[in-house]
Design a protein around this ligand. Structure first.
Ligand code: OOB
Length: 533
Protein backbone atom coordinates (compact mmCIF):
# COMPACT_ATOMS: atom_id res chain seq x y z
CA UNK A 1 0.00 0.00 0.00
CA UNK A 2 1.43 3.35 -0.84
CA UNK A 3 0.72 6.65 0.88
CA UNK A 4 2.82 8.95 -1.32
CA UNK A 5 2.23 12.22 0.53
CA UNK A 6 3.30 10.77 3.87
CA UNK A 7 6.96 11.59 3.98
CA UNK A 8 9.63 9.97 6.17
CA UNK A 9 7.10 7.64 7.64
CA UNK A 10 7.52 4.08 6.55
CA UNK A 11 4.76 2.64 8.72
CA UNK A 12 1.83 4.43 7.14
CA UNK A 13 -1.24 2.18 7.17
CA UNK A 14 -4.90 2.10 6.25
CA UNK A 15 -6.81 2.91 9.43
CA UNK A 16 -8.25 -0.60 9.77
CA UNK A 17 -4.75 -1.97 10.25
CA UNK A 18 -3.53 0.62 12.74
CA UNK A 19 -4.81 -0.91 15.95
CA UNK A 20 -3.38 -4.33 15.03
CA UNK A 21 -0.02 -2.68 14.45
CA UNK A 22 -0.23 -0.73 17.70
CA UNK A 23 -1.16 -3.88 19.63
CA UNK A 24 1.90 -5.55 18.09
CA UNK A 25 4.13 -2.61 19.01
CA UNK A 26 2.79 -1.70 22.43
CA UNK A 27 0.65 -4.75 23.41
CA UNK A 28 0.81 -4.72 27.21
CA UNK A 29 0.93 -0.95 27.59
CA UNK A 30 -2.20 0.82 28.76
CA UNK A 31 -4.14 2.28 25.81
CA UNK A 32 -7.24 3.49 27.63
CA UNK A 33 -8.29 4.47 31.13
CA UNK A 34 -11.75 5.69 32.07
CA UNK A 35 -13.09 7.86 34.90
CA UNK A 36 -13.68 4.83 37.11
CA UNK A 37 -10.04 3.78 36.76
CA UNK A 38 -10.70 0.77 34.51
CA UNK A 39 -7.74 0.14 32.21
CA UNK A 40 -7.47 -1.47 28.81
CA UNK A 41 -4.18 -2.53 27.27
CA UNK A 42 -3.51 -2.16 23.55
CA UNK A 43 -3.88 -5.95 23.19
CA UNK A 44 -7.19 -5.97 25.06
CA UNK A 45 -8.54 -3.07 23.01
CA UNK A 46 -7.50 -4.81 19.81
CA UNK A 47 -9.10 -8.10 20.91
CA UNK A 48 -12.37 -6.36 21.75
CA UNK A 49 -12.42 -4.52 18.44
CA UNK A 50 -11.58 -7.69 16.53
CA UNK A 51 -14.36 -9.61 18.30
CA UNK A 52 -16.90 -6.87 17.66
CA UNK A 53 -15.85 -6.60 14.00
CA UNK A 54 -16.53 -10.34 13.70
CA UNK A 55 -19.89 -9.93 15.41
CA UNK A 56 -20.90 -7.08 13.14
CA UNK A 57 -19.86 -9.08 10.10
CA UNK A 58 -21.92 -12.03 11.31
CA UNK A 59 -24.86 -9.64 11.80
CA UNK A 60 -24.56 -8.64 8.16
CA UNK A 61 -22.55 -5.40 8.19
CA UNK A 62 -20.13 -5.20 5.27
CA UNK A 63 -17.06 -3.30 4.18
CA UNK A 64 -17.96 -0.02 2.46
CA UNK A 65 -21.23 0.42 4.34
CA UNK A 66 -21.75 3.45 6.56
CA UNK A 67 -22.23 3.16 10.31
CA UNK A 68 -23.25 6.16 12.37
CA UNK A 69 -21.65 6.52 15.79
CA UNK A 70 -23.20 8.79 18.38
CA UNK A 71 -21.24 7.89 21.45
CA UNK A 72 -19.77 9.67 24.46
CA UNK A 73 -16.11 9.32 25.46
CA UNK A 74 -16.24 5.78 26.79
CA UNK A 75 -14.43 2.52 26.02
CA UNK A 76 -17.41 1.62 23.83
CA UNK A 77 -16.66 4.56 21.57
CA UNK A 78 -13.17 3.30 20.81
CA UNK A 79 -14.06 -0.37 20.55
CA UNK A 80 -16.83 0.49 18.07
CA UNK A 81 -14.66 2.92 16.12
CA UNK A 82 -11.82 0.45 15.65
CA UNK A 83 -14.18 -2.47 14.97
CA UNK A 84 -15.81 -0.53 12.14
CA UNK A 85 -12.47 0.39 10.63
CA UNK A 86 -11.24 -3.19 10.96
CA UNK A 87 -14.33 -4.44 9.14
CA UNK A 88 -13.99 -1.73 6.52
CA UNK A 89 -17.30 -0.06 7.38
CA UNK A 90 -17.17 3.73 7.37
CA UNK A 91 -17.86 5.47 10.70
CA UNK A 92 -20.04 8.58 10.49
CA UNK A 93 -18.99 10.66 13.48
CA UNK A 94 -22.07 12.28 15.00
CA UNK A 95 -21.86 14.16 18.32
CA UNK A 96 -23.53 12.82 21.47
CA UNK A 97 -25.46 16.08 21.99
CA UNK A 98 -27.12 16.02 18.58
CA UNK A 99 -30.84 15.47 18.60
CA UNK A 100 -33.53 14.18 16.29
CA UNK A 101 -33.37 16.79 13.52
CA UNK A 102 -29.62 16.40 13.13
CA UNK A 103 -29.60 12.64 13.41
CA UNK A 104 -32.42 12.35 10.90
CA UNK A 105 -30.73 14.67 8.40
CA UNK A 106 -27.39 12.89 8.77
CA UNK A 107 -29.04 9.53 8.23
CA UNK A 108 -30.84 10.82 5.13
CA UNK A 109 -27.45 11.94 3.81
CA UNK A 110 -25.21 9.01 4.77
CA UNK A 111 -27.82 6.21 4.66
CA UNK A 112 -26.05 4.19 7.37
CA UNK A 113 -26.63 0.48 7.80
CA UNK A 114 -25.82 0.64 11.52
CA UNK A 115 -26.25 3.11 14.37
CA UNK A 116 -24.17 2.97 17.58
CA UNK A 117 -25.63 4.59 20.67
CA UNK A 118 -25.01 4.65 24.42
CA UNK A 119 -27.39 3.09 26.91
CA UNK A 120 -27.17 5.35 29.88
CA UNK A 121 -27.18 8.98 28.77
CA UNK A 122 -28.91 11.22 31.27
CA UNK A 123 -32.19 12.54 30.04
CA UNK A 124 -32.01 11.51 26.40
CA UNK A 125 -33.54 8.25 25.20
CA UNK A 126 -31.23 7.18 22.35
CA UNK A 127 -33.00 3.83 21.99
CA UNK A 128 -36.35 5.48 21.35
CA UNK A 129 -34.72 7.78 18.82
CA UNK A 130 -33.06 4.80 17.13
CA UNK A 131 -36.43 3.08 16.82
CA UNK A 132 -37.92 6.13 15.15
CA UNK A 133 -34.92 6.33 12.82
CA UNK A 134 -35.37 2.69 11.90
CA UNK A 135 -38.95 3.43 10.96
CA UNK A 136 -37.86 6.29 8.74
CA UNK A 137 -34.61 5.04 7.20
CA UNK A 138 -35.01 1.79 5.36
CA UNK A 139 -31.31 1.04 5.06
CA UNK A 140 -30.77 1.18 8.83
CA UNK A 141 -30.58 -2.52 9.74
CA UNK A 142 -28.59 -2.63 12.96
CA UNK A 143 -28.83 -0.61 16.14
CA UNK A 144 -25.98 -1.35 18.54
CA UNK A 145 -26.22 -0.14 22.10
CA UNK A 146 -23.30 0.14 24.51
CA UNK A 147 -24.54 -1.01 27.91
CA UNK A 148 -27.23 -3.26 29.28
CA UNK A 149 -30.58 -1.52 28.90
CA UNK A 150 -33.56 -3.12 30.61
CA UNK A 151 -35.53 -3.03 27.40
CA UNK A 152 -33.20 -3.17 24.48
CA UNK A 153 -36.00 -3.53 21.95
CA UNK A 154 -34.43 -4.66 18.66
CA UNK A 155 -30.98 -3.34 19.45
CA UNK A 156 -27.84 -5.46 19.66
CA UNK A 157 -25.65 -5.18 22.74
CA UNK A 158 -22.14 -4.00 21.90
CA UNK A 159 -20.47 -6.03 24.63
CA UNK A 160 -22.18 -9.27 23.55
CA UNK A 161 -21.61 -9.00 19.83
CA UNK A 162 -18.92 -11.34 18.65
CA UNK A 163 -18.03 -13.57 15.77
CA UNK A 164 -15.13 -15.24 14.01
CA UNK A 165 -12.54 -13.04 12.31
CA UNK A 166 -14.03 -11.07 9.43
CA UNK A 167 -12.23 -10.63 6.11
CA UNK A 168 -9.72 -7.78 5.87
CA UNK A 169 -10.89 -4.89 3.71
CA UNK A 170 -8.64 -3.97 0.80
CA UNK A 171 -8.49 -0.22 1.22
CA UNK A 172 -6.17 2.13 -0.62
CA UNK A 173 -4.88 5.45 0.66
CA UNK A 174 -7.44 7.41 -1.33
CA UNK A 175 -10.47 5.49 -0.14
CA UNK A 176 -12.82 7.12 2.37
CA UNK A 177 -12.06 5.95 5.91
CA UNK A 178 -14.56 8.00 7.92
CA UNK A 179 -17.02 10.86 7.66
CA UNK A 180 -16.61 13.84 9.97
CA UNK A 181 -19.28 16.34 10.80
CA UNK A 182 -19.01 19.78 9.28
CA UNK A 183 -19.94 22.83 11.33
CA UNK A 184 -22.03 23.95 8.43
CA UNK A 185 -23.31 27.27 7.18
CA UNK A 186 -26.43 25.97 5.50
CA UNK A 187 -29.72 24.61 6.77
CA UNK A 188 -28.75 21.06 5.91
CA UNK A 189 -25.78 19.23 7.42
CA UNK A 190 -22.65 18.38 5.49
CA UNK A 191 -20.29 15.47 5.96
CA UNK A 192 -16.57 15.43 5.35
CA UNK A 193 -15.04 12.36 3.72
CA UNK A 194 -11.55 11.78 5.12
CA UNK A 195 -9.38 9.15 3.46
CA UNK A 196 -7.12 6.51 4.99
CA UNK A 197 -4.06 8.30 3.67
CA UNK A 198 -4.97 11.83 4.63
CA UNK A 199 -6.25 10.95 8.10
CA UNK A 200 -3.20 8.86 8.93
CA UNK A 201 -1.08 11.84 8.00
CA UNK A 202 -3.37 14.15 10.02
CA UNK A 203 -2.71 12.37 13.31
CA UNK A 204 0.79 10.97 12.80
CA UNK A 205 2.40 14.17 11.48
CA UNK A 206 0.53 16.13 14.18
CA UNK A 207 1.83 13.75 16.87
CA UNK A 208 5.37 14.30 15.66
CA UNK A 209 4.98 18.09 15.55
CA UNK A 210 3.48 18.17 19.04
CA UNK A 211 6.18 15.96 20.53
CA UNK A 212 3.84 13.10 21.48
CA UNK A 213 5.67 10.07 22.91
CA UNK A 214 5.15 6.67 24.53
CA UNK A 215 5.29 8.06 28.07
CA UNK A 216 2.52 10.57 27.53
CA UNK A 217 -1.01 10.53 28.91
CA UNK A 218 -3.67 12.37 26.89
CA UNK A 219 -6.92 13.46 28.51
CA UNK A 220 -9.83 13.23 26.03
CA UNK A 221 -12.19 15.71 27.63
CA UNK A 222 -13.84 17.23 24.53
CA UNK A 223 -16.01 14.88 22.43
CA UNK A 224 -13.79 12.24 20.83
CA UNK A 225 -15.81 12.40 17.60
CA UNK A 226 -14.39 15.88 16.95
CA UNK A 227 -11.33 16.11 14.73
CA UNK A 228 -9.40 18.07 17.38
CA UNK A 229 -9.78 15.36 20.05
CA UNK A 230 -9.70 12.43 17.66
CA UNK A 231 -6.72 13.20 15.48
CA UNK A 232 -5.10 16.60 15.98
CA UNK A 233 -3.05 14.75 17.28
CA UNK A 234 -5.55 13.67 19.94
CA UNK A 235 -6.42 10.09 20.68
CA UNK A 236 -5.11 8.59 17.44
CA UNK A 237 -1.87 10.57 17.71
CA UNK A 238 -1.43 9.24 21.24
CA UNK A 239 -2.01 5.64 20.15
CA UNK A 240 0.40 6.06 17.26
CA UNK A 241 3.10 6.80 19.87
CA UNK A 242 2.07 4.10 22.35
CA UNK A 243 0.82 6.56 24.95
CA UNK A 244 -2.23 6.33 27.20
CA UNK A 245 -5.61 8.00 26.64
CA UNK A 246 -7.74 8.90 29.64
CA UNK A 247 -11.39 9.30 28.64
CA UNK A 248 -13.96 11.30 30.51
CA UNK A 249 -17.52 12.33 29.90
CA UNK A 250 -17.30 15.30 32.23
CA UNK A 251 -15.31 18.45 31.48
CA UNK A 252 -15.94 20.20 34.79
CA UNK A 253 -12.95 21.16 36.92
CA UNK A 254 -14.07 19.11 39.91
CA UNK A 255 -13.99 15.94 37.84
CA UNK A 256 -11.35 16.57 35.18
CA UNK A 257 -8.68 18.01 37.48
CA UNK A 258 -8.64 15.18 40.05
CA UNK A 259 -8.39 12.86 37.03
CA UNK A 260 -5.33 14.76 35.81
CA UNK A 261 -3.78 14.27 39.24
CA UNK A 262 -4.77 10.59 39.53
CA UNK A 263 -3.57 9.58 36.05
CA UNK A 264 -0.65 12.00 35.84
CA UNK A 265 -2.06 13.44 32.60
CA UNK A 266 0.55 15.16 30.44
CA UNK A 267 -1.49 16.50 27.50
CA UNK A 268 -4.96 17.94 27.15
CA UNK A 269 -6.90 19.71 24.37
CA UNK A 270 -9.43 22.42 25.27
CA UNK A 271 -11.71 24.96 23.59
CA UNK A 272 -11.36 28.56 24.90
CA UNK A 273 -14.60 28.64 26.96
CA UNK A 274 -13.54 25.46 28.76
CA UNK A 275 -10.02 26.84 29.23
CA UNK A 276 -11.62 29.87 30.88
CA UNK A 277 -13.68 27.72 33.23
CA UNK A 278 -10.55 25.80 34.18
CA UNK A 279 -8.63 29.01 34.90
CA UNK A 280 -11.47 30.22 37.11
CA UNK A 281 -11.82 26.79 38.71
CA UNK A 282 -8.21 26.92 39.90
CA UNK A 283 -9.25 29.52 42.46
CA UNK A 284 -10.72 26.72 44.55
CA UNK A 285 -9.69 23.48 42.81
CA UNK A 286 -6.26 22.44 44.09
CA UNK A 287 -5.50 19.08 42.46
CA UNK A 288 -1.86 18.53 41.61
CA UNK A 289 -1.54 19.44 37.92
CA UNK A 290 2.26 19.31 37.84
CA UNK A 291 2.22 16.36 35.42
CA UNK A 292 0.88 18.59 32.60
CA UNK A 293 3.38 19.18 29.82
CA UNK A 294 1.18 20.76 27.15
CA UNK A 295 -2.23 22.37 27.00
CA UNK A 296 -3.60 22.77 23.50
CA UNK A 297 -6.35 25.30 22.84
CA UNK A 298 -8.28 25.47 19.59
CA UNK A 299 -11.66 25.43 17.93
CA UNK A 300 -12.36 29.12 18.50
CA UNK A 301 -10.37 32.29 19.01
CA UNK A 302 -8.26 32.38 22.16
CA UNK A 303 -7.90 35.88 23.58
CA UNK A 304 -4.33 36.84 24.46
CA UNK A 305 -5.39 37.67 28.03
CA UNK A 306 -6.82 34.21 28.57
CA UNK A 307 -3.73 32.66 26.97
CA UNK A 308 -1.58 34.40 29.59
CA UNK A 309 -3.88 33.40 32.43
CA UNK A 310 -3.73 29.80 31.27
CA UNK A 311 0.05 29.82 31.28
CA UNK A 312 0.04 31.28 34.79
CA UNK A 313 -2.61 29.11 36.36
CA UNK A 314 -1.89 25.74 34.77
CA UNK A 315 1.84 26.33 34.87
CA UNK A 316 2.66 24.44 31.67
CA UNK A 317 3.35 25.29 28.02
CA UNK A 318 0.50 26.25 25.71
CA UNK A 319 -0.11 25.50 22.06
CA UNK A 320 -2.71 27.15 19.85
CA UNK A 321 -4.43 24.97 17.28
CA UNK A 322 -6.40 26.43 14.40
CA UNK A 323 -7.97 23.57 12.56
CA UNK A 324 -10.98 22.40 10.65
CA UNK A 325 -12.60 19.05 10.09
CA UNK A 326 -12.19 19.71 6.37
CA UNK A 327 -8.44 19.29 6.79
CA UNK A 328 -5.98 22.16 7.31
CA UNK A 329 -4.34 22.19 10.74
CA UNK A 330 -2.22 25.05 12.01
CA UNK A 331 -0.18 24.79 15.19
CA UNK A 332 2.06 27.13 17.09
CA UNK A 333 5.33 25.22 17.53
CA UNK A 334 6.56 24.06 20.93
CA UNK A 335 9.72 26.16 20.59
CA UNK A 336 8.02 29.30 19.25
CA UNK A 337 8.64 32.56 21.14
CA UNK A 338 6.02 33.15 23.83
CA UNK A 339 4.59 36.12 21.95
CA UNK A 340 3.88 33.92 18.91
CA UNK A 341 2.14 31.34 21.09
CA UNK A 342 0.02 33.97 22.79
CA UNK A 343 -0.87 36.10 19.79
CA UNK A 344 -1.08 33.77 16.78
CA UNK A 345 -2.83 30.58 15.74
CA UNK A 346 0.35 29.09 14.33
CA UNK A 347 1.21 27.82 10.88
CA UNK A 348 0.25 24.85 8.74
CA UNK A 349 1.21 21.31 9.65
CA UNK A 350 2.46 20.30 6.22
CA UNK A 351 4.96 22.14 4.03
CA UNK A 352 2.58 21.19 1.21
CA UNK A 353 -0.38 23.04 2.71
CA UNK A 354 -1.21 25.96 0.43
CA UNK A 355 -2.73 29.10 1.90
CA UNK A 356 -4.29 31.94 -0.07
CA UNK A 357 -5.67 35.08 1.58
CA UNK A 358 -8.06 36.78 -0.81
CA UNK A 359 -10.61 39.60 -1.09
CA UNK A 360 -14.23 39.28 -2.27
CA UNK A 361 -13.08 38.90 -5.87
CA UNK A 362 -10.65 36.11 -4.98
CA UNK A 363 -7.67 38.42 -5.53
CA UNK A 364 -4.70 37.88 -3.22
CA UNK A 365 -4.58 40.61 -0.51
CA UNK A 366 -1.25 42.42 0.13
CA UNK A 367 1.07 40.77 2.66
CA UNK A 368 0.05 41.48 6.25
CA UNK A 369 -3.55 42.33 5.38
CA UNK A 370 -6.60 40.36 6.34
CA UNK A 371 -8.23 38.18 3.72
CA UNK A 372 -10.50 35.19 3.35
CA UNK A 373 -8.58 31.98 3.90
CA UNK A 374 -8.58 29.52 1.01
CA UNK A 375 -6.60 26.33 1.43
CA UNK A 376 -5.55 23.25 -0.48
CA UNK A 377 -3.23 20.51 0.67
CA UNK A 378 -2.46 16.83 1.13
CA UNK A 379 -5.07 16.21 3.84
CA UNK A 380 -7.71 18.84 2.96
CA UNK A 381 -10.84 17.62 1.22
CA UNK A 382 -11.72 18.66 -2.31
CA UNK A 383 -15.44 18.26 -1.79
CA UNK A 384 -18.13 17.44 0.76
CA UNK A 385 -19.85 14.06 0.78
CA UNK A 386 -22.73 13.80 -1.72
CA UNK A 387 -23.02 17.59 -2.00
CA UNK A 388 -22.34 18.59 -5.63
CA UNK A 389 -24.23 21.88 -5.42
CA UNK A 390 -22.65 22.97 -2.13
CA UNK A 391 -19.23 22.02 -3.49
CA UNK A 392 -19.38 24.58 -6.27
CA UNK A 393 -19.58 27.37 -3.68
CA UNK A 394 -17.36 25.87 -0.96
CA UNK A 395 -14.43 25.10 -3.27
CA UNK A 396 -12.70 27.07 -6.01
CA UNK A 397 -12.38 25.58 -9.46
CA UNK A 398 -8.78 24.66 -8.74
CA UNK A 399 -9.72 22.80 -5.56
CA UNK A 400 -9.11 25.31 -2.76
CA UNK A 401 -11.48 25.05 0.21
CA UNK A 402 -13.18 28.33 1.11
CA UNK A 403 -12.88 28.18 4.90
CA UNK A 404 -14.95 31.32 5.48
CA UNK A 405 -12.35 32.52 8.01
CA UNK A 406 -10.79 35.99 7.90
CA UNK A 407 -7.08 35.63 8.51
CA UNK A 408 -3.83 37.59 8.26
CA UNK A 409 -0.21 36.52 8.34
CA UNK A 410 2.26 37.97 10.82
CA UNK A 411 5.82 38.69 9.65
CA UNK A 412 6.90 35.09 10.36
CA UNK A 413 4.24 33.24 8.42
CA UNK A 414 1.99 32.59 11.40
CA UNK A 415 -1.73 32.97 10.87
CA UNK A 416 -3.91 35.19 13.00
CA UNK A 417 -7.64 34.54 12.82
CA UNK A 418 -9.41 37.90 12.78
CA UNK A 419 -13.00 36.87 12.19
CA UNK A 420 -15.11 35.08 9.63
CA UNK A 421 -17.44 35.72 6.73
CA UNK A 422 -19.34 32.46 7.03
CA UNK A 423 -22.70 32.73 8.73
CA UNK A 424 -21.81 30.44 11.54
CA UNK A 425 -22.00 30.83 15.29
CA UNK A 426 -19.08 29.47 17.29
CA UNK A 427 -20.62 28.57 20.63
CA UNK A 428 -18.09 26.89 22.96
CA UNK A 429 -16.21 25.68 19.87
CA UNK A 430 -19.37 24.08 18.50
CA UNK A 431 -20.23 25.44 15.09
CA UNK A 432 -23.85 26.30 14.44
CA UNK A 433 -25.27 27.41 11.12
CA UNK A 434 -27.26 30.63 11.53
CA UNK A 435 -29.43 29.52 8.59
CA UNK A 436 -30.37 26.29 10.34
CA UNK A 437 -31.49 28.10 13.51
CA UNK A 438 -33.41 30.60 11.39
CA UNK A 439 -35.18 27.82 9.49
CA UNK A 440 -36.15 26.07 12.71
CA UNK A 441 -37.53 29.30 14.15
CA UNK A 442 -39.42 30.25 11.00
CA UNK A 443 -41.28 26.97 11.11
CA UNK A 444 -42.78 27.83 14.51
CA UNK A 445 -46.29 29.09 14.97
CA UNK A 446 -46.36 32.82 15.66
CA UNK A 447 -42.99 33.55 14.02
CA UNK A 448 -43.21 35.73 10.96
CA UNK A 449 -39.46 35.94 10.32
CA UNK A 450 -36.30 35.17 12.30
CA UNK A 451 -32.61 36.01 12.14
CA UNK A 452 -29.90 34.37 14.26
CA UNK A 453 -26.58 35.98 15.15
CA UNK A 454 -23.57 35.07 17.28
CA UNK A 455 -23.08 37.58 20.10
CA UNK A 456 -19.80 37.82 22.03
CA UNK A 457 -20.34 36.10 25.39
CA UNK A 458 -18.08 35.94 28.43
CA UNK A 459 -18.94 32.32 29.16
CA UNK A 460 -19.64 30.72 25.79
CA UNK A 461 -17.34 32.67 23.49
CA UNK A 462 -20.46 33.41 21.45
CA UNK A 463 -24.08 32.92 22.35
CA UNK A 464 -26.93 32.47 19.89
CA UNK A 465 -29.30 35.39 19.76
CA UNK A 466 -32.47 35.06 17.73
CA UNK A 467 -34.38 38.11 16.57
CA UNK A 468 -37.97 37.37 15.83
CA UNK A 469 -40.61 39.37 14.03
CA UNK A 470 -43.77 37.98 15.58
CA UNK A 471 -46.92 37.26 13.66
CA UNK A 472 -49.31 39.51 15.51
CA UNK A 473 -49.13 38.52 19.15
CA UNK A 474 -46.22 38.74 21.59
CA UNK A 475 -43.76 35.86 21.71
CA UNK A 476 -42.75 33.98 24.81
CA UNK A 477 -39.01 33.12 24.72
CA UNK A 478 -39.44 30.17 27.08
CA UNK A 479 -42.16 28.69 24.90
CA UNK A 480 -40.06 29.26 21.76
CA UNK A 481 -37.12 27.37 23.26
CA UNK A 482 -39.36 24.54 24.38
CA UNK A 483 -40.97 24.34 20.94
CA UNK A 484 -37.57 24.11 19.25
CA UNK A 485 -36.47 21.28 21.56
CA UNK A 486 -39.80 19.59 21.04
CA UNK A 487 -39.21 19.63 17.30
CA UNK A 488 -35.91 17.85 17.84
CA UNK A 489 -33.46 20.74 17.44
CA UNK A 490 -30.19 19.83 19.20
CA UNK A 491 -29.99 21.62 22.55
CA UNK A 492 -26.80 23.51 21.76
CA UNK A 493 -28.52 25.08 18.73
CA UNK A 494 -31.43 26.46 20.74
CA UNK A 495 -30.97 30.26 21.03
CA UNK A 496 -29.61 31.51 24.35
CA UNK A 497 -31.25 34.90 23.90
CA UNK A 498 -34.49 35.67 22.12
CA UNK A 499 -35.51 39.19 21.18
CA UNK A 500 -38.43 40.61 19.25
CA UNK A 501 -37.91 43.25 16.63
CA UNK A 502 -40.40 45.38 14.73
CA UNK A 503 -38.22 46.37 11.75
CA UNK A 504 -34.95 44.91 10.53
CA UNK A 505 -31.95 47.24 10.53
CA UNK A 506 -30.63 47.36 6.97
CA UNK A 507 -27.22 47.89 5.40
CA UNK A 508 -26.59 50.37 2.60
CA UNK A 509 -27.16 47.46 0.20
CA UNK A 510 -30.62 46.92 1.79
CA UNK A 511 -29.66 43.62 3.38
CA UNK A 512 -30.40 42.79 7.01
CA UNK A 513 -27.58 44.34 9.03
CA UNK A 514 -26.45 41.44 11.20
CA UNK A 515 -23.67 43.46 12.78
CA UNK A 516 -26.19 45.96 13.99
CA UNK A 517 -28.28 43.09 15.38
CA UNK A 518 -25.25 41.94 17.39
CA UNK A 519 -24.97 45.41 18.91
CA UNK A 520 -28.68 45.51 19.70
CA UNK A 521 -28.48 42.05 21.29
CA UNK A 522 -25.61 43.18 23.50
CA UNK A 523 -27.42 46.36 24.50
CA UNK A 524 -30.64 44.59 25.32
CA UNK A 525 -28.88 41.91 27.35
CA UNK A 526 -27.09 44.52 29.42
CA UNK A 527 -30.28 46.52 29.91
CA UNK A 528 -28.92 49.53 28.01
CA UNK A 529 -31.51 51.53 26.14
CA UNK A 530 -31.43 50.27 22.54
CA UNK A 531 -30.78 52.98 20.03
CA UNK A 532 -33.17 52.84 17.10
CA UNK A 533 -31.74 50.90 14.17
C1 OOB B 1 -12.07 22.71 14.61
O1 OOB B 1 -12.75 22.18 13.55
P1 OOB B 1 -14.24 22.54 13.14
O2 OOB B 1 -14.47 21.87 11.84
O3 OOB B 1 -15.16 22.26 14.27
O4 OOB B 1 -14.29 24.13 12.95
C2 OOB B 1 -13.45 24.81 12.07
C3 OOB B 1 -13.60 26.30 12.25
C4 OOB B 1 -12.55 27.11 11.55
O5 OOB B 1 -12.87 27.30 10.19
C5 OOB B 1 -12.62 28.39 12.35
O6 OOB B 1 -13.74 29.14 11.98
C6 OOB B 1 -12.80 27.90 13.76
O7 OOB B 1 -13.44 26.64 13.63
N1 OOB B 1 -11.55 27.71 14.50
C7 OOB B 1 -10.84 28.72 15.08
C8 OOB B 1 -9.74 28.10 15.70
N2 OOB B 1 -9.82 26.76 15.48
C9 OOB B 1 -10.92 26.57 14.73
N3 OOB B 1 -11.02 30.05 15.11
C10 OOB B 1 -10.10 30.78 15.78
N4 OOB B 1 -9.02 30.26 16.41
C11 OOB B 1 -8.80 28.92 16.39
N5 OOB B 1 -7.72 28.41 17.02
O8 OOB B 1 -12.50 23.60 15.30
C12 OOB B 1 -10.73 22.11 14.87
C13 OOB B 1 -10.31 20.98 14.18
C14 OOB B 1 -9.07 20.43 14.44
C15 OOB B 1 -8.25 21.01 15.38
C16 OOB B 1 -8.66 22.13 16.07
C17 OOB B 1 -9.90 22.69 15.82
Amino acid sequence: MSFPHVQNRSASLPLGHCLTQWARDHGARVALVDESGERLSYSALQERAERLAGGLYAAGLRSGEYAMMQMPNTFGFFVAFFALLRLGAIPVMAMPNQREQDVDALMALARPAAYFIPDDAGNHDYLALAERMRGRHEGLRLVVVDGAPEDRRDALILGNLQGPACPWPGHGARDTALLLLSGGTTGTPKLIPRTHGDYFYNFSASAELCGFSADMVFLAVLPAAHNFTLASPGVLGTFQCGGTVVTTTSASCDEAMPLIERERVTHVALVPPLAKLWVEGREWEDSDLSSLKLVQVGGARLEAGLARQLLDTLGCPLQQVFGMAEGLLCYTRLDDPLETIIHTQGRPLSPEDEIRLVDEEDREVPEGQTGQLLTRGPYTIRGYFRAPVQNTSSFTEDGFYRSGDLVRRDGNGNLVVEGRIKEQINRCGEKISAAEVEEALSALHGVHAAVAVGVPDALLGERICAFIKPEGQEIDPVAIKAALRERGLSGYKVPDQIETIAEWPLTAARKIDKRRLVTIATQRASGEPASTP
